[in-house]
Design a protein around this ligand. Structure first.
Ligand code: PLP
Length: 442
């Protein structure tokens, strides 16, 4: 229906009205069932009707809904932080709760700055991130992000202290005959050059998504990339912030995506899968050294939101984490991810317009190109991915589209991030419906 009072994302679109969830399906007011192959945007990792999460939220509501974090801490927040820290990479000791991904990244940017003020290095004011990344829609996070289409309209607000280097995107940017190692070396050298250009003593942090989600469609780094990047950051005492808002929380087959890159970042932002759609929650996990600097210094993080550490949100997060951190669940993500990738490879191996299929675990992207040989994207404005999304919805399938960025620097892509509870028969259905939606859109 056309919203009458809601200000929708797409004011011209006629949206179905979601009325119920059933495992991996959403159901609209007409009774039509949509197989959720993208988790919305990599959110609904446990599907839409998990009774354990519902019970945890109800139990919490029976005792305490909300207590402002300026006055109290609460039991579910303490328990969730403890469990997250116990499962996190080395060095991570504290968790700062927020309500979503942009808030987590906004907190990361401000905490990076405050950390260096606390340790008496006030010159550290620059942040480096990567083109073709997405870190959120609030002004700080948007400025850090490297999605030109999302940034363009707000160019006057983009923060000067944010700088960008190239992403790690082997499909498009690795040179012919360049090895993964040489490519990773080249990118690490580019980061080092940027640090030197800005002045090493002025750089506070480097931000990156371990597996790039919304802008490029599940692009993992080449092997060794993050270790080299971490070495450069360490050389200049720059904080490494992993934005795992989309790729974290089991999505890639390990609880934290960066585990697979063998690095321990100074901060990790998480959101989406942590609440699994049952509650809005995000978190910034930080190393002991950062927390200790604040604790020993001013004793106050100059930041905060009304819903920091919300009792119902953290209770839901705890119940979700119990499930998604289970080794059996993570092994299932890896196994089903392999099945999905194999099915996609079989379906599209000869397809003239599928240039690349990539990803990790149940986080898979397909890049659409006008010409497979030359990797030429469809012209900007074709909005192919958006048409595939619409045709998929008509066929009862949700997939997440991203049309090529404004200057045609990448192709349209489709992101798949089905719930971890998806069955192989449902994966077959996803691939069949996606193939039909693509054919109907070309
Ligand atoms: N960071 C990444 C990597 C994301 O993918 C997103 C959202 O897609 C965000 C940050 C922003 O999260 P939110 O939409 O919850 O504010």
């Amino acid at each position: 229906m056309k919203s009458r009072f809601v200000f929708p994302r797409h004011t011209k679109a006629d949206m179905p009205v979601a009325v119920a969830g059933d495992g991996p399906y959403l159901i609209d007011a007409e009774g039509k069932r949509y197989l959720d192959a993208s988790g919305g945007a990599a959110v609904s990792c446990l599907g839409h009707s998990d009774l354990d999460i519902r019970a945890a939220i109800q139990d919490q509501l029976d005792t305490l809904a909300f207590a402002h974090s300026g006055f109290f801490t609460c039991e579910p927040a303490e328990a969730l932080a403890e469990k997250l820290v116990s499962l996190a990479p080395d060095g991570i000791e504290r968790t700062y709760f927020v309500s979503g991904g942009s808030e987590a990244m906004e907190a990361a940017i401000k905490l990076a700055r405050q950390y260096f003020l606390e340790i008496d290095q006030p010159e550290r004011r620059n942040i480096i991130a990567r083109w073709q990344s997405y870190h959120g829609n609030t002004i700080g996070a948007l400025s850090a992000g490297g999605n030109r289409w999302r940034r363009s309209q707000f160019a006057p607000f983009m923060v000067e202290a944010m700088h960008h280097v190239s992403p790690c995107r082997a499909y498009r940017d690795k040179l012919p005959n360049e090895s993964d190692t040489a490519y990773a070396d080249r990118l690490a050298a580019e980061l080092e050059d940027k640090i030197v250009e800005l002045g090493p003593d002025t750089v506070a942090a480097f931000l990156a998504e371990p597996v790039v989600g919304a802008t490029m469609g599940a692009v993992p780094p080449v092997e060794g990339y993050f270790q080299k990047i971490k070495a450069v950051c360490d050389k200049y005492d720059i904080l490494l912030v992993a934005d795992e808002v989309m790729c974290g929380m089991g999505r890639t087959g390990t609880l934290f995506a960066c585990e697979q890159d063998g690095i321990a970042p100074d901060m990790i932002a998480i959101a989406k899968g942590l609440g699994a759609g049952y509650q809005p929650i995000g978190a910034l996990m930080v190393s002991g050294r950062i927390y200790d600097a604040v604790a020993a210094g001013s004793g106050f993080f100059q930041h905060g939101h009304t819903y920091n550490g919300h009792a119902m949100a953290t209770a839901a997060g705890l119940a979700v984490l119990e499930k998604i951190s289970h080794p059996h669940m993570l092994a299932g993500v890896r196994e089903k991810g392999r099945y999905l990738t194999d099915r996609l490879a079989k379906q599209f191996s000869d397809h003239a317009h599928i240039g690349d299929i990539r990803g990790r675990g149940l986080f898979i992207g397909l890049e659409l190109v006008a010409d497979r040989e030359t990797k030429t994207p469809f012209p900007p404005g074709t909005r192919l991915a958006a048409r595939i999304k619409a045709n998929a919805m008509a066929l009862g399938l949700m997939c997440y589209p991203m049309s090529g960025t404004i200057d045609g620097e990448s192709g349209d892509h489709i992101l798949l991030a089905p719930p971890f509870i998806v069955e192989n028969t449902e994966i077959d259905l996803i691939v069949d419906r996606l193939a039909a939606a693509i054919e109907n859109s070309l």
